[in-house]
Design a protein. Structure first.
Ligand SMILES: *[C@@H]1O[C@H](CO)[C@@H](O)[C@H](O)[C@H]1NC(C)=O
Ligand SMILES: *[C@@H]1O[C@H](CO)[C@@H](O)[C@H](O)[C@H]1NC(C)=O
Ligand SMILES: *[C@@H]1O[C@H](CO)[C@@H](O)[C@H](O)[C@H]1NC(C)=O
Ligand SMILES: *[C@@H]1O[C@H](CO)[C@@H](O)[C@H](O)[C@H]1NC(C)=O
Length: 354
């Protein structure tokens, strides 16, 4: 009985301290960390697509992917770490694992649902990726499990202190747009579906978000070469869509900040950061801004890195740290590190200070 009372006492003291987020007691109450939940596409996918039935176009689990940091392929679409890996490091969290990683049970530091090729619209690469809608239902399962494990109050505390990162939209604009839809209407759907994701997470307690503008997609190596059989929008059209998307995203976020009490966000200006590095590589320590390190054809723009996507021959550069692009579509770890640092210092850090 005495020990029971003692435990209650510890819990009470701890619960008081949790408000100032300094409780590190042994009571089982939440430790002083901010969990990180990640959604989106290949920019953030740590290997979820390794575990789904898809094609090699939507996977990257072979060398030289992963060679720089992990020394083995993880499924990340780069030579090394991605933005969420750097953010987790800066926030003193472990690397946040892929939701589909077999055996994963502990979500107290967060989890990553992102899937290469996914868009905000279900139609984008439908059947080959984990679309945003499915990522949302996976998050609901995690939320339910947290409530069962930690209890309602503590689970809510964890979810409301957590930071939610998302990278979405690029894949919606690299496929043929729905027929007879105007740009305004189509971009409206993409932002509309992103908005309903925000409101969904907000309903579960989420308050702190990290968004990203879309990169200048027409400047990736694969867009610099004519892809046989490509029926997607032209470079000019992609640029118009990206600019429209980025403008509308800013507008909607400003509006949501007024509508949703306690909603906080930080936005990575990926468009500008990527464009600067592509156009002026040497200013940022790179030698090559336009061509991919790994791929084939002009600019390494044919998506063959690693030789597993139907074509076995590909070229690999000698020194990946000199390149802005690792494969025909995705940046190198070095770019991700630079932009993560900039984002963290800009104001993302503040979201992790409870
Ligand atoms: C995987 O997808 C292919 C092509 O869509 C299909 O033929 C196959 O049956 C699927 N396999 C499983 C295990 O679902
Ligand atoms: C698209 O619009 C054109 C002109 O308004 C019309 O002739 C055509 O049938 C429409 N196509 C579809 C698939 O709705
Ligand atoms: C979400 O996307 C679908 C197309 O996949 C579209 O029909 C729907 O209107 C969008 N939702 C919102 C809220 O914009
Ligand atoms: C690779 O390139 C970087 C940046 O230019 C340079 O600092 C490094 O020494 C190079 N490494 C090798 C092995 O050449």
């Amino acid at each position: 009985m005495a020990s029971f009372r003692f435990q209650i006492y510890i819990l009470a003291v701890c619960a008081g301290l949790v408000i100032q987020s300094s409780c590190n007691g042994h009571s089982g109450l939440q430790k002083k960390h901010v969990a990180l939940f990640i959604f989106g596409d290949s920019l953030y996918d740590p290997g979820n697509n390794n575990y789904i039935n898809t094609t090699k176009d939507f996977q990257a689990n072979w060398l030289p992917y992963g060679e720089t940091f992990f020394r083995y392929p993880t499924g990340r679409f780069s030579d090394g770490r991605l933005i969420p890996d750097f953010i987790a490091e800066y926030a003193k969290l472990p690397i946040i694992p892929a939701y589909l990683q077999p055996g994963l049970k502990d979500y107290t530091y967060g989890v990553n649902f992102a899937s290469g090729g996914a868009g905000a619209l279900v139609e984008s690469h439908q059947g080959f990726v984990i679309d945003l809608k499915t990522q949302r239902s996976q998050f609901k399962k995690v939320e339910k499990q947290l409530r069962q494990k930690l209890g309602e109050a503590e689970a809510y505390t964890l979810l409301s202190k957590a930071v939610y990162l998302i990278s979405i939209g690029s894949n919606d604009y690299s496929i043929p747009l729905a027929t007879n839809t105007s740009h305004d209407e189509y971009v409206g759907w993409v932002i509309g579906n992103l908005t309903s994701w925000i409101k969904d997470v907000y309903k579960k307690g989420g308050r702190k978000f990290g968004f990203s503008s879309l990169a200048p997609l027409a400047s990736v190596p694969s867009m610099r070469v004519i892809q046989p059989g490509n029926t997607g929008p032209s470079g000019e059209e992609v640029t118009a869509l990206v600019k429209l998307h980025n403008r509308l995203l800013s507008k909607v976020l400003t509006k949501l900040k007024k509508e949703l009490q306690g909603f906080k966000y930080s936005k990575l200006n990926l468009y500008t950061y990527a464009k600067e590095r592509i156009n002026h590589p040497s200013k940022y320590g790179f030698k090559e801004g336009k061509a991919a390190c790994c791929g084939s054809g002009p600019y390494g723009g044919i998506y063959t890195c690693g030789g597993k996507r139907g074509v076995t021959e590909y070229e690999l550069c000698g020194n990946v740290t000199e390149y802005v692009f690792f494969d025909s579509v995705h940046p190198t770890e070095r770019v991700y590190e630079q932009v993560s640092k900039l984002w963290w210092g800009q104001n993302l850090k503040e979201l992790f200070e409870v």
